[in-house]
Every structure is written in structure tokens, then in C-alpha cells.
Design a binder for this molecule. Structure first.
Ligand code: AMP
Length: 280
């Protein structure tokens, strides 16, 4: 596995594979890799001749500076895990070389309502930052496919919208959420939960499952279900941002009876903001 930090070098290496007609699958991450990330890498390994993983904590997708500066970094261990999975290239640029124009001057990619509702409303500018970094990475690497986790369900839809808006010929592959034994969705941020918070954290997944069971037996009062989950989370110490039932394809709240749905939740526990979702 080669570790590359320079933009020009990653571009040249990927271009040399493309010149030979060889396929590339790409997994963008912010590092601190866990089994969820590794499942994306394994998927990429199974669909292409070359696998590129990026580790880049993208400053322009963080509104809250402390979330950015506290983001854990475990580059050496990450490199070992990726080497074991036979990743070809690890791209780990620093912010000043990735954004030579300066972070404040980067022209943001804006994608309309999918990027401004829910997470977009609670973290203004977040998805513009995500779309901007992913577009730049896609242009450098020019992969045939890219693998993302359903853990960040809205992000997956934002990336699909990005590829469609810019007519990029890249297959976007979504992978199921990896969970701890108690149901908590794996996340690099879980490391920042203290022991008592960690014991409570799976309550989000429990509430998502309660809503799913109620929907499956025909409950139609979505607002009541959402409110019950929000109240339950609050009662055990979370500060919920939202628990909502939405259309799976566009996260719209006008849901017709036969539409596939997804339940999405975001809530803060202690200093850590957790998100999760469950499809119905
Ligand atoms: P991050 O490093 O958090 O930006 O995540 C990089 C990629 O890993 C994104 O596509 C995430 O959706 C995905 N991911 C994060 N956590 C999980 C998980 N628990 N299961 C599956 N994929 C995940």
C-alpha cells in the first residue's frame, strides 16, 4: 500500500491505472477506522482492481470548531488495517495542500433541499462542505465506484445528488450500518462518550426499532411516534435534535402509504452528537 499526501501524485497514479483500462473503487473517510469503515473497504476490494481510501478530516464541513479540533486521529493504526485489506493507495493530504486557495476561499458546492433539511438545517454548511470535498476527491481519483455507509443516510443521498448534478460517471454503493453488540451504530465519535453515556447511547437505536415495529403493525400517527421517541430520549439525558419518519428516496415528509420509509434521529449525549437511522 502506498501512502500519498500530494494531490499531483494521487492524480498521476490513478490516471496511470485508468490509462491501462483498470478499475478503481474509492472509500472516503475521516480516519479513526472501525469495522463499519472496513466493511466499505472490503466492498470496494470486491468490485474493482484498485482500491483507494482517503483519510482527511475536512475542515470545511465542521461548523463547530471544537468538534473539528477534537476529531480523533489514529493514522498509524488506520494504515495497518488498510494494509491488511490490501488497499492499493491511502491518500492522506493535509488541509493546506488540499485547499491551496485557503479554507475560507473554497468555492462550495450547493445542492438544494436535500442538503439543507435535517442534518443540513442543524449543521448549516455541513453538506456543502461534504459535497465540495467529495467532488474534489472524485475529480482527482476518477473512480469507477465509491462506497459510502448508510449510517450517514442523508449524506449518501447528497452524494447521489452530487454525482447526478455534475453528470459524473461513478457508481455510488451504499453499505449497511455496522453496530456494536448493544445496537449503537459504530462511529469514531463514540470514543468521546464516557462510560455512563456509553451505556445509554444504544437508546437511540432502541427508539428507532420501537417506531419501526409500530409502523410495521400499521400505526399511522407519525407525529405521535416521533414525539414519543423524542420524549423517551430526553428522559434519559439526551438532547434530541430530531426523530423523524421520512420517504427513503428524498427524505420528504409527504409519505404515501406504500412508500418505503426511513426513520432518522440525531441527539446529543454529553458532548457527543450521535446520528442513526433505520429503514422500514
Ligand atoms: P467518516 O469517517 O465518519 O466520515 O465515515 C466514512 C464513511 O464510513 C462514510 O461513508 C460513513 O457513512 C461510513 N460509516 C461510518 N460509520 C459507519 C458504520 N457504523 N457502518 C457503516 N459505515 C459507516
Amino acid at each position: 500500500m502506498q501512502i500519498v499526501t500530494e494531490i499531483q501524485k494521487i492524480q498521476n497514479l490513478c490516471q496511470s491505472w485508468k490509462d491501462k483500462g483498470e478499475t478503481i473503487s474509492f472509500v472516503p473517510t475521516m480516519g479513526c477506522l472501525h469495522s463499519g469503515h472496513l466493511s466499505l473497504v472490503k466492498k470496494a476490494r470486491s468490485v474493482a482492481e484498485h482500491v483507494v481510501v482517503s483519510i482527511f478530516v475536512n475542515p470545511i464541513q465542521f461548523g463547530d470548531n471544537s468538534d473539528f479540533s477534537n476529531y480523533p486521529s489514529t493514522l498509524e493504526e488506520d494504515g495497518e488495517k488498510l494494509r491488511e485489506l490490501k488497499v492499493d493507495l491511502l491518500f492522506a493530504p493535509d488541509a493546506s495542500s488540499f485547499y491551496p486557495e485557503g479554507e475560507n476561499k473554497v468555492e462550495r458546492v450547493e445542492l438544494g433541499s436535500i442538503a439543507t433539511i435535517l442534518e443540513g438545517a442543524h449543521r448549516p454548511g455541513h453538506f456543502a462542505g461534504v459535497a465540495t470535498v467529495v467532488k474534489r476527491l472524485f475529480e482527482l481519483i476518477r473512480p469507477n465506484s465509491a462506497v459510502f455507509g448508510e449510517k450517514d443516510f442523508q449524506q449518501l443521498l447528497v452524494i447521489k445528488q452530487l454525482v447526478s448534478a455534475f453528470s459524473m460517471n461513478i457508481e455510488i454503493i451504499g453499505m449497511p450500518t455496522f453496530r456494536e453488540d448493544d445496537g449503537l451504530a459504530m462511529s469514531s465519535r463514540n470514543l468521546r462518550l464516557n462510560q455512563s453515556e456509553r451505556e445509554k447511547a444504544a437508546e437511540i437505536f432502541r427508539q428507532l426499532n420501537l417506531i419501526k415495529s409500530a409502523l410495521n403493525v400499521g400505526e399511522k400517527d407519525f407525529l405521535m411516534l416521533e414525539k414519543m421517541a423524542i420524549d423517551s430520549l430526553s428522559s434519559v439525558g439526551f438532547i434530541p435534535d430530531y426523530v423523524v419518519i421520512r420517504n427513503v428516496s428524498d427524505l420528504d415528509n409527504s409519505i404515501k402509504p406504500n412508500n418505503l420509509k426511513v426513520i432518522l434521529a440525531a441527539a446529543t449525549l454529553g458532548k457527543v452528537r450521535l446520528i442513526d437511522n433505520l429503514r422500514v
